[in-house]
Design a protein around this ligand. Structure first.
Ligand SMILES: [Zn+2]
Length: 408
């Protein structure tokens, strides 16, 4: 990218992004996809790369989409307020939909369906991107959102990279979400790089200096003598990115350990993102609840822990004057789990029961009804078109439809 053809101590920032940022990110326990953080920065500096769509008639200016995935039954969440006091509270203020249909397409296909609004066929290989554009791509291309406005925070795994954009020829990578995966795994190249840095630890003096250099590189006042300064027209965005990197480094998520830590980190990272960038769209994909295959009790522990983190996320939205009355939150799993325990006292997913196919969705925001349980039918593929509508655009390839029953 030409905008980044600048040199810092003889090193192109392009290279910095690949090597030093990944080193730093690896230390902080987060990974930053190639072209993501700095790709986002480029767009933030350069402004939107698509003409702005006509403004949405709705009050919603920010959307948080939490795929409470890993296979979670409604009965352990909306049916058990003691497991999920925070989600219960959020639902009580907004809408709870107890009859949302979800197809059993495997964890990956079913979670992808939330983002594309299409039932993603089982034929999709687990490590391949989908063909159907994601909500991120619709918003980036058709609603003209710049890259720094669309983020995705995921728990783990090479697969999760595929949620950020599709293979669609009309959309695709250049309209993808910025991706942060809490285990830092993206592809073989980066995986090797990050493993070679070892586990989360405090940066050494040398690494701290590298962070400082990186911060300097982002600060326009250190760019004297740099030829192409077209990217350096938004010092505020530059500062936010610096702060983000530094806050992550301070180890806000490093104290999160034990079972379900990946999910907790993914939610915590999303909270940091919201606080610093106030993006239009912040999506989160969880997966630790799938521990249920081997243990029902551990599964409930993961739900409780995630509920706690969601409570903190919601609290920080409510405490932010800008986000408070302009943010809409969706929470739904990709599907549920079996009705009966397996012989390990765990829960699989495959029995075709209502517990598996009927999921909950909690939706709360300034354009939605308040304090309602909505018993009309809905489908997990309806979330993508609903978000598109809220933010003033459409999702032409989505098979679901906007959830009209939510709107006040
Ligand atoms: Zn599973």
């Amino acid at each position: 990218m030409d905008a980044f053809d600048i040199r810092l101590d003889g090193m192109r920032i392009e290279n910095l992004r690949r090597r030093e940022l990944l080193r730093i990110a690896g230390l902080a326990g987060v990974g930053v996809a190639a072209g993501s953080l700095f790709g986002g920065a480029a767009a933030a500096f350069a402004g939107p790369d698509a003409p702005a769509a006509k403004p949405s008639p709705y009050k919603t200016k920010h959307v948080v989409l939490l795929a409470f995935a890993g296979g979670v039954r409604a009965r352990e969440v909306i049916g058990s307020p003691q497991n999920a006091p925070n989600l219960t509270r959020i639902g009580n203020r907004g809408c709870v939909l107890p009859y949302v249909r979800a197809a059993n397409l495997g964890h990956y296909g079913a979670a992808l369906a939330i983002f594309t609004g299409c039932s993603e066929a089982k034929g999709i290989r687990e490590n391949a991107r989908g063909d159907n554009p994601t909500i991120f791509e619709y918003l980036r291309k058709d609603a003209g959102l710049p890259a720094d406005q669309v983020w995705l925070s995921t728990t783990a795994g090479a697969q999760t990279i595929n949620f950020s954009y599709s293979t669609s020829a009309d959309y695709g990578g250049k309209y993808g979400a910025n991706l942060i995966s809490t285990d830092g795994l993206f592809n073989a190249e980066f995986r090797n790089l990050i493993t070679s840095f070892g586990n989360v630890s405090l940066p050494s003096d040398k690494e701290a200096r590298e962070v400082a250099d990186l911060a300097k590189a982002l600060d326009p006042k250190f760019l004297d003598g740099v030829k192409d300064r077209s990217f350096a027209n938004d010092p505020e965005a530059s500062l936010r990115i610096q702060r983000y990197i530094l806050e992550e480094l301070k180890g806000d998520t490093a104290d999160l350990t034990g079972p379900g830590a990946g999910d907790a980190k993914a939610i915590r990272v999303a909270r940091n993102l919201l606080r610093l960038f106030k993006p239009k769209v912040t999506a989160i994909v969880l997966q630790n609840a799938d521990v249920a295959h081997g243990s029902f009790n551990s599964y409930v522990d993961v739900i409780r822990r995630n509920d706690q983190e969601v409570g903190l996320l919601w609290q920080s939205i409510q405490q932010d004057p800008e986000l408070k009355d302009s943010t809409t939150l969706f929470v739904l799993p990709e599907f549920g789990r079996d009705h009966d325990l397996n012989d390990r006292n765990g829960l699989d997913h495959g029995d075709g029961s209502d517990d598996l196919h009927r999921i909950f969705c909690i939706a709360s925001g300034p354009d939605f009804k308040q304090g309602k349980t909505l018993t009309g039918a809905a489908d997990s593929i309806d979330v993508c078109p609903t978000i598109a509508e809220l933010l003033g655009t459409k999702s032409p390839d989505a098979k679901g439809k906007s959830m009209k029953q939510l709107f006040a």
